[in-house]
Design a binder for this molecule. Structure first.
Ligand code: CP
Length: 313
C-alpha cells in the first residue's frame, strides 16, 4: 500500500461519528487486507513498533479474537486485559486501570465496556487512539462495518437495498451501529421484533418498524438477525423464549418459502432454536461465517488507518 489516505477521526468511538467517505476508505483498505490474509504468508509489517492493548470489561469471543488476530497480522505488539482476572475486581477505576496500562507505552486501545459512552470518557483523558469494541447498549462500530462490508460483497452497492434488522433492537448496540452505517451508505432500513423490544424513538432515526416477521422478510434483501440479550433485560420483555421463537424465529422452511432469495446474517453468538434454527443458520442463505472472516480484514483496516493518523507509521 503506497499513499495512506486518512480517516476524518483519531478514534473509532461509533459509526455516528465517522463519515460515508471514512466507511468507503475502510472498505477499500479491508479489501486489500482480505487478500493478504488469504495468502500463505498472512502477515504484513504495517504496525511494527505499535503497541495495542485489548481491554475487555465484558465477555467476547469473536470481537476479541478477531482484533487480536488483526493486530498480529499487522505485526503490532499486543497486550490483553480481561476485567475478570484484573485489579478492577479490587475496586480500581477505569481511568486508573487505563492510565496504568498506558504508562507501559501503549499506542492504541481497543476496549469493550458495559457502560455506554465509556470510550468518550477515555478519549478525553488519554492520548492513545481508542477503538470501541462495544459499549453497553450503545454502539459496536466494527461489527456494523463488517456487516455492511459482507452485505456489499454479497449483493453489491447498498444504496436503496432493503435491510431488515430482526430481534432485540432495544438492547442491541449492533442494531444502532448497523442503522447508522447502512443509512450512511444509502440503504433502506426497517427493524422487526416484538413491540416490547423496539425502542419508541426509532422513527427519529428514519427507521420504520415492521412487527410481522413474514412481511419483513418478503420486503428485504438482507435479514440481519440479532440475539435476545437476556443478560441486559432487567424485566421480562417477552413471555418466553419459546413464544419468541414461534413469532420471530427464522427457520430454513420460512426462507425457502419466500418469493425471493434473501441473505441471512447474524453477528453472533447465536441462540440456536431461538432467533435462528440450525437449518437456517447453516443454510446457503447464511453468510454468518463470511461475516466472521471479514471481521479480521475490517479490523486490520481500522487499526491501520487509525495508526496512520499517529504519524510515523
Ligand atoms: N459479535 C460479537 O460482538 O460477538 P462477541 O460478543 O463474541 O465478541
Amino acid at each position: 500500500m503506497s499513499t495512506i489516505q486518512k480517516l476524518s477521526t483519531k478514534h473509532l468511538l461509533g459509526i455516528k461519528y465517522i463519515t460515508e467517505e471514512d466507511i468507503h476508505l475502510i472498505f477499500e483498505t479491508a479489501k486489500n487486507f482480505k487478500e493478504v490474509i488469504n495468502r500463505p504468508i498472512k502477515k504484513v509489517p504495517s504496525l511494527r513498533d505499535v503497541t495495542i492493548a485489548n481491554l475487555f470489561f465484558e465477555n467476547s469471543t469473536r470481537t476479541k479474537l478477531s482484533f487480536e488476530l488483526a493486530e498480529k497480522r499487522l505485526s503490532a505488539d499486543v497486550v490483553n486485559f480481561s476485567s475478570s482476572s484484573s485489579s478492577v475486581k479490587k475496586g480500581e477505576s477505569l481511568l486508573d486501570t487505563v492510565n496504568n496500562i498506558l504508562s507501559m507505552k501503549v499506542d492504541m486501545v481497543v476496549m469493550r465496556h458495559p457502560a455506554p459512552g465509556a470510550h468518550f470518557f477515555l478519549s478525553q483523558h488519554i492520548d492513545a487512539n481508542i477503538i470501541n469494541a462495544g459499549d453497553g447498549t450503545h454502539e459496536h462500530p466494527t461489527q456494523a462495518l463488517l456487516d455492511a462490508f459482507s452485505m456489499k460483497e454479497r449483493i453489491g452497492k447498498l444504496a436503496n437495498k432493503k435491510i431488515l434488522i430482526v430481534g432485540d433492537i432495544m438492547h442491541s448496540r449492533v442494531a444502532l451501529s448497523n442503522i447508522f452505517c447502512l443509512q450512511k451508505l444509502g440503504a433502506k432500513v426497517k427493524v422487526c421484533g416484538p413491540p416490547t423490544l423496539i425502542p419508541k424513538n426509532l422513527a427519529m432515526l428514519g427507521v420504520e418498524v415492521e412487527y410481522d416477521l413474514h412481511k419483513g422478510l418478503q420486503w428485504c434483501d438482507v435479514a440481519n438477525v440479532l440475539r435476545i440479550q437476556l443478560e441486559r433485560q432487567d424485566i421480562k420483555y417477552i413471555p418466553s423464549l419459546r413464544e419468541y421463537a414461534q413469532f420471530y424465529g427464522i427457520d430454513k422452511k420460512l426462507l425457502d418459502n419466500l418469493d425471493k432469495e434473501i441473505v441471512l446474517m447474524h453477528p453472533g453468538p447465536i441462540n440456536r432454536g431461538v432467533e435462528l434454527s440450525s437449518d437456517a443458520a447453516d443454510s446457503h442463505h447464511s453468510i454468518i461465517l463470511q461475516q466472521v472472516e471479514n471481521g479480521v480484514a475490517i479490523r486490520m483496516a481500522v487499526l491501520y488507518l487509525l495508526a496512520s493518523s499517529r504519524g510515523g507509521n
